[in-house]
Structure formats: C-alpha cells, structure tokens
Design a protein around this ligand. Structure first.
Ligand SMILES: *Cc1c(COP(=O)(O)O)cnc(C)c1O
Length: 430
C-alpha cells in the first residue's frame, strides 16, 4: 500500500500545524506510522489521497450515521449553500431541528444549539451551576466531555478527593471543583456524594461510554445515579454527544429508561457539519439567556448549513427499522470478529451497543477505564496496521469506539470480518 502523498502532506503539515493535525488522535501517536489523509468518502467507504480504498469504521467518530455523502444530506447542504450560509438572525430550520430533538428525547422540553460538543458540555455545566447555586461537578473516570477546563481533570491523590488538572494550562483551582468518580461503581459514587453531595451542582456522565472503547452501564447504574442526584439535590446530565440518536431513536435515555435533568448533544445532529446542543427540563433551560439570566451565545450557533444537514440526517433515521438494521449489522460484525479472533487464538472481549463497537484484546470483561487499559495494546497495534493494509480504516487507538452507518450492509461487514481474520493472523505471527 502506497502512502506517499499522505506522507508528503503530513511532513509539511507538522511544520505549521501542531503535530500536523487539528485533533490529537488523528496523529497516530499511539499506533505509530503515517496518518492516512482522506480525500473522499462514499457510503461505507473512504478513499485516501494516494487512491487507496478502505471500508470506513471511523465514520468521523460518530456523526455520519447515514454514511459518507448521503444524497439527501448533500442536497440539503447544496440548497442552503446557494441561498446564504448564515444571517445572524433566527431562521426556520432552527425551530424545525429543535422540534425534532424535543420530540425524540425523553424529558427534553427545550434545546439550545451551539457549535460543538465541547461547547455544549461547557454551557450545560454553567447552567447546572446557576440553577443549583453550587459549583462542584462530578465526572466519571474514562468519560470524555470535550476539552473544557472543568472536564480535563483526573482523579486527585485520594479516591474521594478533588480532581487535578489533566493538562497543563488547566488551573488547579478549576480542576479542584471537579470530582472524578468510578464508572459502573455505584457504591463509590454514593460514598463521594455522602462526603461532597451538598456542594455538587451536577453529575455528568456518558450514559454508554464511547471514549474508552465501548463500555455499557451495569443494570441499575444510571437509575442509581439519578436517585443519588435526587437525594443530594444535584442535577444529572447525560452527555449524549456520541450516543444520542444513534443507540436508539431517542438516544441513551430511551434505551435505558432513565431520563436526566439535562443533556449535551452533538455529532449525529449535525450530519457531519459542526454542531452541538444542550437541552433538558424546561424549567432549567428557561434560565438560559435571553429567556433567563445565564449567559451563552454564538455567532454561528444554529448555523443554517449544520441545521440542514442535521435535519436531513434525523429525518432519515426515522425510516422503518433504521435502528434495528444498525443493531443487526453491529451484531453481525461482533459475531464475525469473535469468530475470527477465536480461529487465531486471540482473546477478545467485544463491547457493543448497536452500531458502536469496540473489540478489546483482553481475557477479562471490560466494564471500566481500569479494565479497558488492561487490554493487550501491542497486539492491537499490530492488528490495526494489518487492518489498514487489508483495506479497513479503524480509529488509531484501542480505546476508541468503531462506528457503523446505515450504509454498512452485509457485504461491507463481511469484508471487514474477512480483513479482521487475515489481520489477526498477521498480528499473531509477528
Ligand atoms: C465527541 C464528544 C464530545 C466533544 O464533542 P466535540 O464536537 O468534539 O467538541 C463530548 N462528549 C462526548 C461524549 C463525545 O463523544
């Protein structure tokens, strides 16, 4: 496989873009080698700048639930592009997409559009602090909520103490307002809340964790968080940026029958264009400016291009059996991967929820950050490079979820499984 053009672009980019990329995971630091530079996508496939073709299992980390260049999305974008891309005024599409979101998501009575998932979580945190008059936020180990200061925080020295900055530049005083709890460990969260509950504004959680691969909540975990929040007067926030509208029509809350007080959204609702949103209980969202006193604004918020792409995407997800089809293809990929791994003596634990899937090379089940980190990274890295050589584009980290789109049909999934079979063989031979 030739990657000459990718190599050339990357070498030049490293001189004038930090690390040659505009988001760190793209630099291949954890797997080594040259990042493949994509030129074009079509359905379930991508083509790089050297003309190589891949089955795409990255799908831009989630937004492209309809696949690349869905004709309905392309048409919607073209129509808006020809009539004006932004006005700095309200527009009809914003009402339409807000209606689509509110109609789908349990307990979401009002929604505000922003421009990224990061902006959504930062805004929802300000709102939760304003509504409760408290300052502390509880997050969970391994959950990612974008790069806001309050979320780039790791557990402090003790398991029940305040957090520490997870990046230079994050003030210790800000990190100190974040507490880091263990995902899927309700007893630990309860203990944390006994100690700190009276100052906690909100708990924010990825209801299904897609940022350490794919870890599902244990039975009763999400309901337990809701109960703890109620008891301590804190708000529960679901960060549904990755899972929203994907794991079910109404997102993780619909799937698990637990509705939070507030939500952060992104990815799918922009159909591949920049977007984010936050929403939830009407009494809380009514505090957002100018209905209320909590300030938040954006020049490109509710951008007509993003809104049009998102609307076309959400509406297409309403086709009969849409999510059932994603689930069926996810199950087919999981079974195929498990079979291929078994044939080559590779221990595999597959985390999956519908079209989000992460095969951990591990002997034990993965239900937390700690167990995810215990998987075999060296073997996974050889597998990654073999998959690329066999024409499958994977996220360049063992701790990222893979995504299917509605364009990943039986033939595409089976091609992926066939590549995985050869790649497990290559990875174990090395
Ligand atoms: C991607 C993601 C974000 C951040 O969204 P951006 O649009 O990249 O800023 C926040 N939360 C979760 C769960 C995500 O997966």
């Amino acid at each position: 496989m030739r990657l000459d053009e990718s190599r050339r672009i990357f070498a030049a980019a490293q001189e004038i873009i930090p690390g040659g990329v505009n988001s760190p995971v793209r630099a291949y630091r954890s797997v080594g080698g040259t990042p493949v530079h994509m030129a074009r996508g079509e359905g379930a496939h991508v083509f790089d700048v050297d003309g190589n073709r891949y089955v795409d299992l990255v799908m831009s980390y989630g937004p492209l639930i309809l696949g690349h260049c869905d004709p309905r999305v392309v048409k919607a974008i073209q129509a808006v592009a020809a009539t004006g891309t932004c006005f700095g005024t309200p527009s009809r599409g914003e009402l339409e997409i807000a209606s689509e979101i509110v109609e789908r998501v349990p307990g979401c009575g009002m929604v505000r559009l922003v421009t990224s998932g990061t902006e959504a979580t930062m805004s929802v945190l300000r709102l939760a602090r304003a509504c409760t008059g408290r300052e502390v936020v509880v997050k969970f180990d391994g959950c990612y909520h974008g790069h806001g200061d309050s979320f780039l925080v790791k557990a402090g020295s003790g398991a029940l103490t305040n957090g520490a900055p997870d990046s230079p530049g994050v003030p210790a005083k800000v990190a100190g307002l974040t507490l880091v709890a263990r995902y899927n460990d309700l007893a630990h969260v309860a203990e944390l809340m006994e100690l700190h509950g009276a100052s906690v504004a909100c708990m924010i959680v990825e209801p299904i964790v897609g940022n350490i691969g794919l870890v599902k909540p244990k039975a009763g975990f999400l309901a337990g968080l809701a109960e703890l929040c109620r008891r301590h007067g804190a708000l529960l926030v679901f960060d549904d940026v990755m899972t929203g509208f994907r794991v079910a029509r109404g997102g993780a809350a619909e799937l698990h029958g637990v509705a939070p007080d507030l939500y952060a959204f992104g990815k799918v609702i922009g159909g591949g264009l920049p977007v984010g949103a936050y929403g939830g209980r009407k009494d809380l969202m009514s505090r957002v400016s100018p209905a209320g006193d909590v300030y938040q604004a954006g020049t490109l918020s509710g951008n007509p291009l993003s809104v049009a792409a998102g609307l076309a995407t959400l509406r297409a997800c309403d086709e009969p059996l849409f999510h059932a089809r994603l689930e069926a293809m996810g199950a087919r990929l999981q079974a195929g991967l498990e079979g291929a791994a078994a044939r080559h003596g590779v221990p595999l634990h597959v985390g999956r929820e519908g079209s989000m899937i992460c095969p951990y090379i591990s002997r034990r089940p993965v239900d937390s950050l700690e167990s995810a980190m215990a998987s075999d990274r060296a073997l996974w890295t050889r597998f990654f490079h073999a998959m690329l050589a066999n024409g499958v584009h994977l996220p360049p980290s063992p701790f990222e979820s893979w995504f299917l789109s509605i364009r990943h049909d039986e033939a595409v999934v089976d091609a992926g499984v066939e590549a995985a079979d050869s790649s497990f063989a290559a990875a174990t031979r090395a």
